[in-house]
Design a protein around this ligand. Structure first.
Ligand SMILES: *[C@@H]1O[C@H](CO)[C@@H](O)[C@H](O)[C@H]1NC(C)=O
Ligand SMILES: *[C@@H]1O[C@H](CO)[C@@H](O)[C@H](O)[C@H]1NC(C)=O
Ligand SMILES: *[C@@H]1O[C@H](CO)[C@@H](O)[C@H](O)[C@H]1NC(C)=O
Ligand SMILES: *[C@@H]1O[C@H](CO)[C@@H](O)[C@H](O)[C@H]1NC(C)=O
Ligand SMILES: *[C@@H]1O[C@H](CO)[C@@H](O)[C@H](O)[C@H]1NC(C)=O
Ligand SMILES: *[C@@H]1O[C@H](CO)[C@@H](O)[C@H](O)[C@H]1NC(C)=O
Length: 421
């Protein structure tokens, strides 16, 4: 009985501790039909960190206020404990969880012996830039992940160690970036600066291109009026939702050959250069809630195109798809065009152009004189011979209605929910 109870306790430890490891990263297959209204997920790039086999068989050393699970001897859990100051950190700790406390300051003393730290979660605290000693994080020679979202930071703590890979700074009050803040951060893959106060002058000349391995840059919910200059060519995911960007320079994305996802919903785009998004690896393009008056060329690689809530009066299919090449088809599967000013249905040409199309959200339009909704005049399956049907595969679902969520009462659920990855 005693042994059983012990086993149970151990199991409980394993489960709780494992829960901490089991971060709910975005899974590509859990595709959300309306990602552009949500906070960009952190794509998981397999961080290089190896937490390794514990060198210490059993260490009792732990801060009084915290919990060090015996099953994960390199982790110290101090989250949700109303802490006002940094606890003592034993030298062997690699993962430190301090989220949801009231910590305002980080001093040189805080990490004095904790040189093995790989990952620090200080999110949801009260950190202020002037109460973080210069270079405290730089002294941690293995630090790879730093979570500082939901604090009161006015700038990025600097300098940072050049081992840093993922840096989360969303929901702060950052309005300036120090000139050399990106210097030497050669292994950074993810930089999250959403929900801050950054404007054009704050990001200009700040050397994002020095982040040679950067894959994801989040600048959503800031105050940008133009596209951030000088991005590194490694970039794959760019999040710029809810700024005030009104134009995109011609060939802007040509310098980003790996770009996979561009999210720019809730901006002020009226017109874009016709070929600006024709970049060969682009898969997702979200431009909902802008003021676009016409469509543009898209690359064959594009799968998801979001154009809802713009000023489109016509979807020029020839523009989207100038040529049909059965040997090299467009891969578009998902198209949203509701809440525009479309008066006519989308041409059937679209179906031939985009043989993989699965869903088209046409929905209600913003024009008064249109008889809403206008159903695109797609040929129905029964008009065709079975053979042909089989060849083409499933017919697209044409949604006249708004998104399901909207039917269920949510308006456009614009509250970006950041850390529900
Ligand atoms: C740091 O390590 C040194 C040497 O092991 C030890 O004497 C000192 O007490 C430690 N300080 C803290 C704050 O842990
Ligand atoms: C850090 O804390 C946040 C809460 O703000 C939590 O959602 C996240 O999973 C934590 N991340 C890690 C890697 O510990
Ligand atoms: C960057 O990552 C590579 C590969 O994991 C590693 O070998 C290198 O030491 C890292 N550089 C720095 C400065 O941490
Ligand atoms: C856009 O960002 C502002 C802050 O810059 C915020 O107040 C607002 O709620 C955001 N809008 C959406 C749709 O998220
Ligand atoms: C789009 O880019 C591809 C590849 O660079 C090119 O072959 C094609 O002509 C471009 N499309 C248009 C409409 O310019
Ligand atoms: C559609 O786009 C094509 C190619 O850019 C252009 O020649 C044509 O005039 C456009 N049609 C309309 C109705 O705007």
């Amino acid at each position: 009985m005693g042994m059983l109870a012990e086993l149970f306790v151990i199991l409980l430890f394993v489960l709780t501790a494992f829960g901490q490891y089991n971060y709910n990263y975005y899974n590509d297959r859990d595709y959300d039909p309306e990602p552009d209204d949500e906070y960009p997920p952190a794509y998981h790039f397999n961080p290089n960190i190896q937490y390794g086999i514990p060198h210490v068989p059993y260490v009792t050393d732990c801060a009084r206020e915290c919990f060090c699970p015996p099953t994960f001897p390199l982790t110290m859990l101090c989250d949700n404990r109303k802490l006002k100051t940094m606890p003592y950190i034993p030298a062997h700790i690699q993962q430190l969880h301090l989220q949801f406390n009231n910590i305002e300051s980080v001093t040189a003393k805080s990490f004095i012996n904790a040189t093995n730290l790989r990952e620090i979660n200080l999110s949801h605290n009260k950190l202020m830039s002037n109460m973080i000693d210069d270079g405290v994080f730089a002294k941690l020679p293995h630090l790879a992940q730093l979570y500082l979202h939901h604090n009161n930071l006015q700038e990025i703590p600097s300098p940072l160690p050049n081992t840093i890979e993922r840096l989360f700074l969303g929901f702060n009050k950052i309005s300036r970036l120090q000139r050399n803040v990106m210097q030497g951060l050669v292994n950074m893959t993810m930089l999250d600066l959403c929900n801050n106060h950054l404007d054009d002058s704050a990001v200009k000349g700040r050397g994002f291109s020095k982040l040679k391995k950067l894959m994801q840059l989040n600048l959503c919910n800031n105050k940008l009026n133009s596209m951030p200059p000088d991005l590194p060519s490694s970039l794959m995911y760019l999040s710029l939702e809810n700024n005030s960007i009104s134009s995109i320079p011609d060939k802007y994305f040509d310098k980003l050959p790996y770009i996979h996802t561009i999210r720019m919903s809730h901006n002020n785009l009226q017109e874009v250069p016709l070929n600006v998004f024709n970049v060969s690896n682009l898969v997702e393009l979200s431009l909902g809630h802008n003021k676009l008056k016409q469509v543009f060329h898209i690359p064959k690689s594009l799968e998801h195109l979001y154009l809802q809530d713009n000023e489109l009066e016509i979807i020029n299919a020839t523009m989207l798809c100038p040529t049909i090449d059965p040997m090299n088809n467009y891969r578009l599967t998902y198209l949203r065009v509701e809440k525009n000013k479309l008066k006519a249905s989308i041409s059937t040409y679209v179906l031939f152009c985009f043989p993989h199309i699965q869903s088209i959200y046409y929905g209600e339009q913003k024009v008064k004189d249109a008889q809403n909704p206008i159903l695109p005049q797609f040929p129905m399956p029964h008009d065709h011979e079975e053979e042909e049907e089989e060849e083409r595969g499933a017919w697209p679902v044409i949604h006249e209605e708004e998104e399901e969520e909207e039917e269920h009462g949510g308006i456009d659920h614009d509250d970006f929910n950041p850390y529900s990855y």
